[in-house]
Design a protein around this ligand. Sequence first.
Ligand SMILES: NC(=O)c1ccc[n+]([C@@H]2O[C@H](COP(=O)([O-])OP(=O)(O)OC[C@H]3O[C@@H](n4cnc5c(N)ncnc54)[C@H](OP(=O)(O)O)[C@@H]3O)[C@@H](O)[C@H]2O)c1
Length: 330
Amino acid sequence: MENIKYRAFIVEETSDKNFSHAVKEANTDDLPQGEVLIRVKYSSLNYKDALSASGNKGVTRNYPHTPGIDAAGIVEESQVQAFKKGDFVIVTSYDLGMNTSGGFGQYIRVPADWVVPLPKGLSLEQSMILGTAGFTAAMSVERLICGVTPAQGPILVTGATGGVGSLACAILVKLGYTVDAISGKPNTGFLEGLGVKHVIARDSFLEKTSAPILKPRWAGVIDTVGGDILATSIKSTDASGIVTCCGNVASPNLPINVFPFILRGVSLIGIDSQHCPMPLRQTLWEHLSTDWKPARLESMVTRVDLEKIGTRIEQILKGQLRGRTLVDMG
Ligand SMILES: NC(=O)c1ccc[n+]([C@@H]2O[C@H](COP(=O)([O-])OP(=O)(O)OC[C@H]3O[C@@H](n4cnc5c(N)ncnc54)[C@H](OP(=O)(O)O)[C@@H]3O)[C@@H](O)[C@H]2O)c1
């Protein structure tokens, strides 16, 4: 196929080991090998994109690089029967946007087994309001509801105004759970608007005690931040409760001992959306497009174009964003 010129948000490493970014022209000839070339219509901003865009070598080894772990668009060219030109598709996680040119470019080329057909109940735009954050929230919910019913008590969500947190709140509310949420931001009614019952200020949540176990308050927890907040959440989980853990924006450490696990039978479940097997991936996207689809998806989104991503990246790194950032690729 002939080379196509397109626009991309490109991050470069400067000679003094700093990182700069700009929207520049790129060429499909320079994209990596792969069976499916996709014209990206929408992407979204996730915390990992901000790490990639700011030179975190644990996420992206080599620069220049185009971040964007999420992309939704239209197949331009396919070397496999499963996809044909014109199909609407989603690609999230795997290596997209990490060491493979990502969704902040108007074209991506990826292996066919990374590509998910867009479910009927979602538009391309809605699929990226959800994006990796929504998918990770869905994975967390799926693990939690295996062992905890709404009747067992409220569920706590941490980092609640963030992408994963806010979508986890919205999905749990839709499934009939009572949801409490921890947030470090001033309360603006955003979380109550999603159906959250009690919003707990982050500062007031952290117990100053070294007690190994605390009064049980929640039947389950969806944690997105790690550190002391995750430790206090686990200590405050009721008998046979389930706690999921997917992120480390507060800290990668977990200062806790075994008592909540051996005295209350609490389960701690790690969530890794990157390596989610394709059958579960498709099942979760199906749920997200039907019975788990958040009621007020459009109320959770801020829309930006490629030129505005830089500002949003600075804000997400400071933990300042509420809900999701949709990137309209034009
Ligand atoms: N394992 C996986 O597969 C997977 C997939 C997606 C994301 N993640 C991880 O999950 C985490 C959340 O991702 P995201 O996209 O939802 O990010 P996000 O939109 O930036 O949300 C993170 C939220 O955490 C809270 N927060 C920020 N700094 C904090 C701090 N120092 N202490 C406590 N809370 C803090 C803030 O919410 P409040 O102000 O409301 O407290 C913030 O909005 C990240 O660590 C990300 O890398 C993992």
